[in-house]
Design a protein around this ligand. Structure first.
Ligand code: NAP
Length: 246
């Protein structure tokens, strides 16, 4: 059992981490969410927030000890590779309990036309010549597509880029994914022939997958590496944490 005044640290940056913080704060817990600082204007969170890297395993371990963290909860993005490893090592070294959860990947249906790949490099090679691509990747994964001068890219980004995008043929749209109807209209309006995206799971980004299905569009999808436990639902994960509070 965890007393409400004992500090809890959530490694966040995901919708589910924000939901968890809200749930724990509502139960009177002393919660801090840590963000990497990838989003320029992160949505407001319940509880305290700290932003920026810790400085590797050592830095995170120090933070856990100095802030007397009683429970570390890793709810980072399914494509975050380093932070889950750091969390595991730092929690062990500091003797802090760690609970992890990774958002499950989307599952292909019989109507989907997916080409699964396992890296950005593989996705770059998978796009056919002459394609009109909706490139729905984080801004740091766009540069490798610069070698594809034979393709046109519609690049969707949440934040306005701070430097020029080095793709030979591209057009940028700013914003988050819309509804299935909006994604359908976007794909039609830009005569998109292929989508390139990551299998991030969750509801928010799924609308483009549903719209692609309606249009029978091919989706070149970069699959998650299974790094953490995805074997339970988010609700089961919440329940596991609530059990610790009773
Ligand atoms: P990562 O490879 O796991 O982390 C790299 C470094 O960023 C970590 O070693 C850590 O720096 C810092 N970091 C990561 N998450 C942190 C957190 N919650 N609080 C404080 N520091 C954190 O992950 P990433 O580079 O952030 O992202 C990997 C992939 O996930 C990218 O493709 C990205 O698009 C996607 N993604 C990430 C986020 C996010 O909020 N991080 C959100 C959406 C998508 P130190 O070693 O210095 O502690």
């Amino acid at each position: 059992m965890l007393a409400p005044d004992l500090p809890v640290l959530i490694l966040g940056g995901t919708k589910e981490a924000a939901e968890l913080a809200a749930q724990l704060v509502a139960r009177g817990m002393n919660v801090t969410t840590s963000l990497a600082g990838r989003t320029r204007e992160p949505a407001p969170l319940h509880g305290k927030v700290r932003i920026g890297g810790f400085g590797g395993v050592k830095g995170l371990g120090q933070y856990l000890i100095e802030n007397k963290i009683a429970l570390l909860i890793d709810v980072t993005h399914p494509f975050a590779v380093q932070m889950p490893k750091n969390a595991q090592q730092a929690a062990t070294a500091a003797g802090v309990k760690l609970i992890t959860w990774q958002r499950p990947a989307w599952q292909r249906t019989a109507q989907d036309n997916w080409q699964s790949v396992h890296s950005v490099g593989e996705a770059v090679r998978a796009v056919p010549t002459g394609a009109q691509v909706l490139l729905a990747l984080g801004s740091q994964h766009i540069a490798p597509f610069a070698e594809r001068a034979d393709v046109h890219f519609l690049v969707r980004m949440v934040d306005k880029p701070t430097s020029a995008i080095e793709l030979p043929n591209h057009h940028i749209i700013l914003g988050k994914p819309g509804s299935v109807e909006q994604e359908f209209a976007l794909l039609k309006a830009h005569k998109i022939t292929h989508i390139v995206c990551r299998n991030s799971g969750g509801q928010a980004a799924y609308s483009k997958i549903a719209a692609a299905r309606l249009l029978s569009l091919p989706v070149i999808i970069i699959e998650q590496a299974p790094t953490r436990s995805a074997s339970r639902t988010f609700e089961a994960f919440l329940e596991e944490i609530f059990q610790l509070l009773h």
